[in-house]
Design a protein around this ligand. Structure first.
Ligand code: KIV
Length: 273
C-alpha cells in the first residue's frame, strides 16, 4: 500500500463534512514525536494523545494515575511531529471533574502550552456543563461515553455498556447531552453496534467508535495495539495490522549476538583506520 499524501490541515468543518457525506473519519493515538510524524504522514484525520499513555507507555495498570504533567509532556512531543492531522489531548482523571474552573484551566494548558487543537474528556450528561464551559472558552471538546476507562471500576469492569434497555436509554441521553453542550465529536467505546448506529443517526456531530461496530462516523484504536507493540493484553475488538513486538525482539537478539561475536560493527559501519 502506498502512502496517501495530504497536505491540507484537517479542520472541524472537514470532519463534519465527512459525517454528512458518509466518508469515514480515521483516528489513532500517539505518544511521541517519531510515531506522531508517521501517523501524520499516513493521511490520518485525527491524532489523539490518549491517556492510554499510562498503560501502553508508562506501564501503569490503568489510566487513573496519569497526571496533567505527563500528558502535557507527551502532547508537546507529539505536537512537534504533527503538521496536518487534528491534534486532540486527552484530559486525565481529576483534571476536569473537581470544578469547571479547574477543567477550563487544564483544558487551556493542553491548548496553550502543549499546542493541542482540542481536548477529549470522558462522561455524558454529568459532564455536559463542563463541556459547555470549555467550549465557551474557545477550546473544542471531543466527548467520550460508553466504557469510560477512567471510571471502569464504577462501571463494573471492562465490558460492553448499554446492553439492557435502561442503560441503552441512558447512553442515548448522554450522547444528546454531550452534543447539545457543544462537543464537536463523540467517542463511543464498547457499546453494541445497533446502539452505536442509533446514536450516530441521532446526533449531528461525528461519532468515533472503538469496540462499537461499523456504523460510527469514524474509528479509533490505540496505535500500540494495532501495531502489536503492547503485549500485556489485547481487547477482542482490536485488529492487529502487524505484530511488531516479536520482530523487535528478534532484531534485538541478532544485535546482541552480533556484538558479542564481534560481527557488528563490520567495516561498512566503522570509520576505518
Ligand atoms: O486513551 C485513549 O487512547 C482513548 C482512546 C482509545 C479513545 O481514550
Amino acid at each position: 500500500m502506498t502512502q496517501i499524501k495530504r497536505e491540507k490541515a484537517v479542520t472541524l468543518t472537514e470532519l463534519q463534512r465527512k459525517k454528512s457525506s458518509g466518508k469515514k473519519i480515521t483516528m489513532l493515538t500517539a505518544y511521541d514525536y517519531s510515531m506522531a510524524k508517521m501517523l501524520d504522514e499516513s493521511g490520518l484525520d485525527i491524532i489523539l494523545v490518549g491517556d492510554s499513555l499510562g498503560m501502553v507507555v508508562l506501564g501503569y495498570d490503568s489510566t487513573v494515575p496519569v497526571t496533567m504533567e505527563e500528558m502535557i509532556h507527551h502532547c508537546k512531543a507529539v505536537r512537534r511531529g504533527v503538521s496536518r492531522a487534528l491534534l486532540v489531548g486527552d484530559m486525565p482523571y481529576l483534571s476536569y471533574q473537581v470544578s469547571k474552573e479547574e477543567a477550563v484551566r487544564n483544558a487551556g494548558r493542553f491548548f496553550k502550552e502543549a499546542g493541542c487543537q482540542c481536548v477529549k474528556l470522558e462522561g455524558g450528561s454529568a459532564m455536559a456543563s463542563t463541556i459547555k464551559r470549555i467550549v465557551e472558552a474557545g477550546i473544542p471538546v471531543m466527548g467520550h461515553i460508553g466504557l469510560t476507562p477512567q471510571t471502569v471500576t464504577a462501571l463494573g469492569g471492562y465490558r460492553i455498556q448499554g446492553r439492557d434497555p435502561e442503560s441503552a436509554e441512558k447512553l442515548l441521553e448522554d450522547a444528546r447531552a454531550v452534543a447539545e453542550a457543544g462537543a464537536f465529536s463523540l467517542v463511543l467505546e464498547c457499546i453494541p453496534s445497533t446502539l452505536a448506529r442509533g446514536i450516530t443517526e441521532m446526533i449531528p456531530i461525528p461519532t468515533i467508535g472503538i469496540g462499537s461496530g461499523p456504523y460510527c462516523d469514524g474509528q479509533v484504536l490505540v496505535t500500540n495495539d494495532l501495531l502489536g507493540l503492547f503485549e500485556k493484553f489485547l481487547p477482542s475488538f482490536v485488529k492487529r495490522y502487524v505484530n511488531l513486538a516479536p520482530m523487535i525482539k528478534e532484531a534485538l537478539a541478532t544485535y546482541i549476538d552480533e556484538v558479542e561475536r564481534g560481527i557488528f560493527p563490520g567495516p561498512e559501519y566503522s570509520p576505518g583506520p
